[in-house]
Ligand binder design. Structure first.
Ligand code: SF4
Length: 337
């Protein structure tokens, strides 16, 4: 048990958690919606500090991050629990199953950073389940990573209050944040949350310009893939985050409580990508289905392929370490070595 941040005492030994907009009121001995933050004798604790459920060395393209150290490996780990309840969750085995016995690896912040060095990865990703709910653990690990010149990455649903987010993101170098739909009705019905805090966070991080941000929308046919909604979502990204923001349009696979819903087709992704490009976004990628043409990076100026991908593999990078296209020297936003 590790003392948690961002909460206050209210009446009857209850605690109000201030970490995310869910604002759980947690009675003595009870847990918040995310399961891992627990009230013990009117103090809030994080139960998953120093314990991981899943560890892997992934290609960074799997996060997905396409403009941050392309072609590199990332030491990835996650814990359990989530502050959202997405019926279509693709990682529900750890995010929606409230069982701390899944935390089978003891892994201190120092060990995380040392493992990243040992396995020759350039970064560590806090991923698989929502990192905000284990922010104390992730931030301590990030400090150890930075001391060893390892970059840090958050893969997040973006549903957090700005005050803790401000602190959390001081320790992150890059993030991939979900924008699950552009409909609040979708957020309410299928994720048990709301869109407004997510938009607020995306806008905040874009304005700060300190963390490299990419956005992912998991397209689910018949639920969030209508043309008007995609157009609105892309228009919002263009206006509030800028046309250089990479957008990943990923295919849904039937899972969890959406087992009855069909897998998203490549045609649906390609059509959505066309809409995104027509709204002025420069870097729009399809994901979760192999299709070289729409998962490679094209220089917006000379139209040459500057990063050629096949699934999670990077076949070619033609961008200099200062971010210039090798063919026409125009700037390709991102972080390269
Ligand atoms: S972080 Fe967890 S406990 Fe805190 S408000 Fe969000 S869901 Fe509730």
């Amino acid at each position: 048990m590790y003392k948690a941040k961002y909460w206050k005492k209210i009446d009857n030994q209850e605690i109000l958690c201030l970490l995310c907009p869910r604002s759980c009121r947690i009675g003595d001995g009870q847990r918040g919606h995310c399961f891992v933050r627990k009230n013990i004798n009117s103090q809030l604790y994080l139960e998953t500090y120093g314990r991981a459920s899943s560890i892997a060395i992934d290609p960074i393209e799997k996060k997905p991050l396409y403009h941050f150290l392309p072609g590199s490996s990332v030491f990835s780990f996650g814990t359990v629990g989530c502050n959202l309840s997405c019926l279509f969750c693709q990682n529900w085995q750890i995010s929606s199953v409230y069982d701390t016995s899944l935390l089978s690896h003891n892994l201190s912040p120092v060990q995380i950073a040392e493992n990243a060095v040992k396995y020759n990865t350039k970064s560590v990703a806090f991923t698989y389940n929502e990192p905000l709910i284990f922010m104390e653990y992730a931030m301590d690990a990030a400090v150890e990573c930075h001391a060893r010149n390892i970059k840090t990455i958050a893969v997040s649903n973006g549903y957090m209050n700005i005050k803790p987010a401000r602190e959390f993101y001081t320790q992150m170098d890059a993030a991939n944040i979900d924008l699950k739909s552009f409909s609040d009705d979708f957020y309410q019905k299928y994720t048990d949350s709301s869109i407004k805090p997510v938009l607020k966070l995306l806008e905040y991080l874009s304005q700060q310009k300190k963390v490299w941000i990419e956005v992912t929308t998991l397209l689910i046919q018949g639920y969030n893939d209508n043309d008007i909604e995609i157009k609105m979502l892309c228009k919002w990204i263009h206006e509030h985050m800028g046309p250089d923001t990479p957008l990943h349009l990923s295919a849904f696979h039937p899972d969890y409580k959406f087992n009855h819903v069909q897998k998203t087709s490549l045609n649906t992704l390609i059509k959505a990508r066309q809409i995104a490009l027509s709204q002025g976004l420069k870097f729009v990628y399809t994901g979760n289905i192999i299709h070289d043409e729409t998962e490679s990076t094209i220089c917006p100026n000379c139209q040459t392929t500057v990063i050629q991908r096949h699934g999670f593999s990077v076949l070619k990078v033609s961008i200099s370490s200062d971010g210039k296209c090798n063919y026409c020297t125009s700037f390709i936003p991102g972080y390269y070595e």
